[in-house]
Design a protein around this ligand. Structure first.
Ligand SMILES: *[C@@H]1O[C@H](CO)[C@@H](O)[C@H](O)[C@H]1NC(C)=O
Ligand SMILES: *[C@@H]1O[C@H](CO)[C@@H](O)[C@H](O)[C@H]1NC(C)=O
Ligand SMILES: *[C@@H]1O[C@H](CO)[C@@H](O)[C@H](O)[C@H]1NC(C)=O
Ligand SMILES: *[C@@H]1O[C@H](CO)[C@@H](O)[C@H](O)[C@H]1NC(C)=O
Ligand SMILES: *[C@@H]1O[C@H](CO)[C@@H](O)[C@H](O)[C@H]1NC(C)=O
Ligand SMILES: *[C@@H]1O[C@H](CO)[C@@H](O)[C@H](O)[C@H]1NC(C)=O
Ligand SMILES: *[C@@H]1O[C@H](CO)[C@@H](O)[C@H](O)[C@H]1NC(C)=O
Length: 382
């Protein structure tokens, strides 16, 4: 997909005057962009797979990954590999106008998107989860995941994988708890974590490895035992990111949906969105590393022993996790996740009627946000 500039999009899709109802105005927010240095190490997976060099090789790779009855990643795993480095993480920290909240929400985006997913500026702040959270008194910390966007990039096969992503999240969380993140002067009574999609998988993995690191987790666009993931991996229609204008600085092995349709397939559900929103959202789409695809479901192989409250909020028509129908299993695919959280203090699964995977872009976003913030109000706030 050609990258649409913000100006072009504005001309394309913005009504002349935008009235935002029931959401705080942009004046209610104090946001600052930060660059946070981190020094981390992890045990990643050493694959005998090379970064694809052509789009035909990319498609061959995904046809191998989705082959029924086979485990392409597992069959090409030669063992563990130690990775470490000094990286920088690009983040945006926001506080309500009345001052910092006592609870901080750390927001982790999914595959194919960046931190802007949480603060989608279409129609003013109408779709912005950040604005809704600020309006309820929470501070927010959204970051571009390691390897992507304005954060440090890396080797897309051996370095940018789930293992190292989780260590980045751990380090950021510990810095924020200690008041040691540069540019975040505030400290918090509670810190919760919100994920979307792969960001939810990583949040699951973070709290599996470090069961006391969070005071509450909201996993959106998620289920512990997804159904029909193969269809979703192909539906992306991935291509090499650097073959798409605007993404030339990503090396071989960074992949991006191969057009508007690939992005729509993954994030949207029929009837739940406006065409203008799809176009504006697609302009924010971003690469994913091959290493992330290969280790995508690795964190889900282990039961989660997080010792706090858990909420899952997933759109009924979510393709990657529910195969397009969360009620295909009873009571719902997300609700069936409960037993895998073996030490939780609370669990609730919400299925958002007719919404898609990236429901921040959907007409139903206020319903989803209410479920997320109600959970924070009732289970996480001191
Ligand atoms: C933060 O950076 C983003 C680009 O990643 C930009 O769109 C936004 O305006 C910046 N926000 C602030 C508060 O400077
Ligand atoms: C990774 O695997 C390859 C192929 O088996 C091997 O040659 C290499 O030494 C391994 N690297 C590490 C750091 O173990
Ligand atoms: C990170 O930077 C420190 C200080 O410059 C250096 O001592 C260390 O070796 C670096 N670590 C890695 C993994 O590159
Ligand atoms: C479960 O969580 C409690 C704290 O809520 C902790 O004391 C206990 O060790 C945890 N048990 C397991 C098996 O992780
Ligand atoms: C993980 O949780 C599932 C569901 O509760 C249970 O059947 C399974 O035995 C657990 N596995 C381990 C290793 O504890
Ligand atoms: C904001 O979102 C709500 C809920 O989807 C919708 O009813 C309303 O029309 C939207 N407002 C604007 C200005 O887009
Ligand atoms: C679960 O969340 C939904 C809203 O998303 C709410 O209606 C329901 O009461 C919640 N259940 C519990 C037990 O908190």
């Amino acid at each position: 997909m050609a990258r649409l500039t913000a100006a072009a999009l504005l001309a394309l899709s913005m009504p002349m005057s935008v009235v935002s109802i029931a959401t705080p105005s942009a004046d209610d927010r104090h946001c600052r962009n930060l660059t946070i240095p981190i020094s981390i190490s992890a045990t990643n997976s050493n694959y005998t797979i090379e970064a694809p060099k052509t789009n035909i090789e990319v498609t061959n790779l995904f046809l191998n990954i989705v082959e029924a009855g086979k485990d392409y990643a597992g069959d090409h795993l030669s063992g563990p590999i130690a990775v470490s480095g000094n990286y920088s993480i690009a983040a945006t920290y926001c506080t309500p106008s009345a001052g910092p909240g006592s609870v901080l929400q750390i927001l982790t985006h999914g595959a194919g998107l960046l931190r802007s997913y949480w603060d989608f500026r279409y129609a003013g702040g109408n779709y912005s989860y950040v604005d809704y959270a600020l309006g309820r008194g929470y501070s927010t910390f959204a970051f571009d995941r390691l390897g992507l966007g304005e954060s440090s990039h890396g080797d897309p096969v051996h370095e940018i994988q789930s293992g190292l992503e989780i260590e980045a999240m751990r380090t950021l969380t510990e810095m924020l708890r200690a008041g040691a993140a540069p540019g975040v002067p505030d400290t918090f009574a509670r810190i919760g974590h919100v994920g979307h999609s792969y960001g939810s998988i990583l949040t699951y993995g973070l709290t599996t490895a470090y069961p006391r690191i969070s005071d509450g987790i909201v996993l959106t666009g998620f289920a512990v035992r997804p159904t029909n993931t193969g269809a979703a991996q192909l539906a992306n229609g991935n291509v090499l990111a650097h073959t798409v204008p605007g993404y030339e600085d990503y090396v071989d092995g960074y992949l991006i949906p191969g057009g508007l349709q690939g992005f729509q397939n993954i994030q949207f559900a029929p009837g739940s969105f406006s065409d203008e929103v799809l176009l504006a959202a697609a302009a924010e789409s971003a690469p994913t590393s091959l290493g992330e695809y290969l280790t995508l479901s690795e964190p889900l192989f282990t039961n989660n022993s997080f010792a706090g409250p858990v909420a899952i909020v997933t759109g009924e028509r979510d393709l990657p996790f529910c195969g397009g129908n969360c009620y295909n299993e009873s009571p719902s695919v997300p609700a069936l996740s409960e037993p895998y959280f073996t030490n939780k203090t609370f669990f609730n699964a919400t299925v958002v009627d007719r919404a898609g995977h990236g429901f921040n872009y959907d007409f139903q976003h206020p319903i989803a946000y209410e479920a997320m913030l109600q959970f924070f109000d009732e289970q996480v706030k001191p």
